[in-house]
Each structure stands twice: as C-alpha cells, then as structure tokens.
Design a protein around this ligand. Structure first.
Ligand code: GTP
Ligand code: MG
Length: 306
C-alpha cells in the first residue's frame, strides 16, 4: 500500500441491526462471500455478535452481525439483548435492516427508538431486504412507512437471498465509511474461531429442522475440532437440550433427525472452512442451562467485548 493510498484509507464498524428474522445473518454471509453466521427460517437464531471483515485496497468494513432484540425472559436473553445494544453503541455506522415484504411493526419501531436514543441517527443506513418477495407497488408503500422511521437516512433495497442490490449497497457503504486504519490483517475474516462458528452452524441447522419451541432450548458445544492427516476436519460436538423428552426428538426415530441435522450442518461447515468435514454429534440433557452462568460461559456466552 502506498502512503497516498494510506492517507485516504477508510474503515469502520458497521452494526447490522434489525428485529429477529429480517435477514441480518444472511446478509452478513453474502457481504463476506462465505457462511460464517448461522441462518434459519426461525427468529432469534443469532445469539452472539459476530464480525465479518471485508478488506480491499480502499477500505476495511467490519460488519457486526447482531442478535435481533427481543423481550428478555432469562439470563440468556439478557445476554443476547446486551450483545445487540453494545454493537449499536460501538458502531461507526448502523445498517438498519428491515423486511420489505412486511409493514413495520412495533418491534421495528422500538428498535428505531433505541437507535435514536443512542443519538446515532446521523450514522444510519436504512436497508430494505427481501425485495424478491414483493411487487413494486407494495414495496414502495412499505418503503414509505420504513422511511418515516429514519427520514434523513440514505436508503438501499436488496435481496440478501438473490444478491440483488448488494453491489450498490457496498458502494454506498464505502462512501459513508469514515477515514481510518486497517484494524485487522487483510486475511482475517472474522474474530471467531472455526470451532465456534461450527457450533453456531450446527445450532442453526437444529433451528431449521426442529419444530416449535424446541430450537430455543438448544445450545451447542464443540468438544473437538481437529484436522486429520488426510485433510479431513474431525468435529465432535454436543447438542444440549433442557429435557429428556427433547433429547428423544433431536435424535429422532432410528436416529433420523440427528442424521438430517448432521447432513445440513456438515454442508454449511464445509462451505465455511473449505475442507472435508467428519461430524460426530452427541445429544445431552442439561436442565435449566439458560440460567446457569457457568454453563453459559462454557458455551461461549461470556460477557466479553469484541
Ligand atoms: N425471500 C427472502 N428470504 C430471505 C432473504 N434474506 C433472508 N431470508 C430468509 O429469512 C430467514 C431469516 O434469515 P436470517 O439471516 O437468519 O435472519 P436474522 O435477521 O439473522 O435473524 P435472527 O438471527 O433470528 O435475528 C431465513 O429463512 C433466510 O433464508 C431475502 O432477501 N429474501
Ligand atoms: Mg441472525
């Protein structure tokens, strides 16, 4: 890098904020070009802040995928909300993501209020996602309602699923980024270890395949993550549930369900690390783990800053 380039280098933390299920983690993966964040069709998939670092000769964008804010019921939920709030507070830019296929609701409004309270309205970019799901007229009606939440914010419209609008979004972000240093080495794409990402991808597979409330009772711990001589990554992981009845469901009749979870998770992990993966999954019951601080630390919910 030349000195001249260096003086105008841009960088910053961009928090991807939004209510549960609007597509924050899908967008994070698209912006990075590979899966590092767990995605599922159910809300409240993401529990921890995760960085996705995109570095070029001109800029370094550090995206922070956040959990969608929701009503706290236990120690785990308190942790999840604080993760989102810290990310908002520390960000240079807030990418406020909404679901363009629906009108704004109370959750969108509450979150927008939090952003206003944090006096961050000048650093917000409003991004309307899921435009592949609606026709033009509905979209423009919804857009107006969302713009009322942030009247001064620049706007982008995307589909994180099809990739539409993503290049334009990146261009807009690069214009909004402040000048700054390259915080992370250029080959670093996240702050999380592959073994922790693997646990998140396994949990997201559980969330996608299991019905009703059960996914919210799940925690995943990677017990072993090692590369064998033949280049295959061996991963041993334990899926924790809250009750024995849930354990039976996760395993399924003749082990059918755990097999499906393993197949889906393995494909995602292989896309993440670019290697062949052997995945060895176990299921255990751990009563009331959501309120057990020692266990929460064990599965990575330590109150640490990024
Ligand atoms: N049709 C369509 N679906 C999308 C799009 N973006 C995301 N989705 C889907 O929306 C669902 C939720 O996506 P996530 O990325 O997990 O959402 P999130 O905002 O991270 O959710 P939480 O982590 O629970 O807060 C998944 O089923 C995605 O496949 C999009 O542009 N179009
Ligand atoms: Mg998410």
């Amino acid at each position: 890098m030349t000195d001249q380039q260096h003086s105008s280098y841009k960088s910053g933390f961009i928090a991807i904020a939004g209510k549960p299920n609007v597509g924050k983690s899908t967008l994070t993966n698209v912006l990075l070009g590979q899966p590092i964040a767990g995605v599922s069709a159910k809300p409240q998939t993401t529990r921890k802040r995760q960085l996705a670092i995109r570095t070029t000769d001109e800029y370094q964008m550090i995206f922070v995928d956040t959990p969608g804010l929701h009503h706290p019921k236990d120690k785990l939920s308190q942790f999840i909300n604080s993760e989102a709030i810290f990310a908002l507070r520390d960000a240079d830019l807030i990418l406020f993501l909404v679901d363009g296929s629906q009108k704004p609701n109370e959750e969108d409004r509450k979150l927008a209020e939090l952003v206003h309270e944090a006096k961050k309205e000048d650093s917000v970019l409003l991004v309307i996602n899921k435009i592949d799901l609606v026709d033009g007229r509905t979209l423009s009606a919804h857009r107006e309602l969302y713009q009322a939440l942030f009247p001064k914010a620049p706007l982008a419209q995307i589909s994180a699923q099809t990739g539409k609008g993503i290049l334009e979004l990146i261009n807009t972000l690069s214009e909004l980024l402040p000048e700054g240093p390259q915080y992370f080495p250029e080959e670093q794409i996240t702050q999380t270890y592959e073994r922790d990402i693997a646990a998140e991808l396994i949990r997201a597979a559980c969330m996608d395949l299991l019905e009703e409330e059960l996914p919210y009772s799940i925690a995943v711990r990677t017990d072993e993550y090692s590369e064998r001589e033949n280049g295959v990554v061996y991963i041993k992981a334990t899926i924790f549930v809250e009750r024995d009845a849930q354990k039976a469901i996760v395993i399924g009749r003749n082990g059918e369900m755990i097999k499906r979870i393993g197949t889906l998770a393995r494909a995602e992990i292989e896309a993440m690390n670019g290697k062949k993966v052997f995945l060895d999954l176990y299921v255990k019951t751990r009563k009331n783990w959501k309120n057990d601080p020692a266990f929460l630390r064990e599965v990575g919910f330590a109150a640490k800053s990024i």
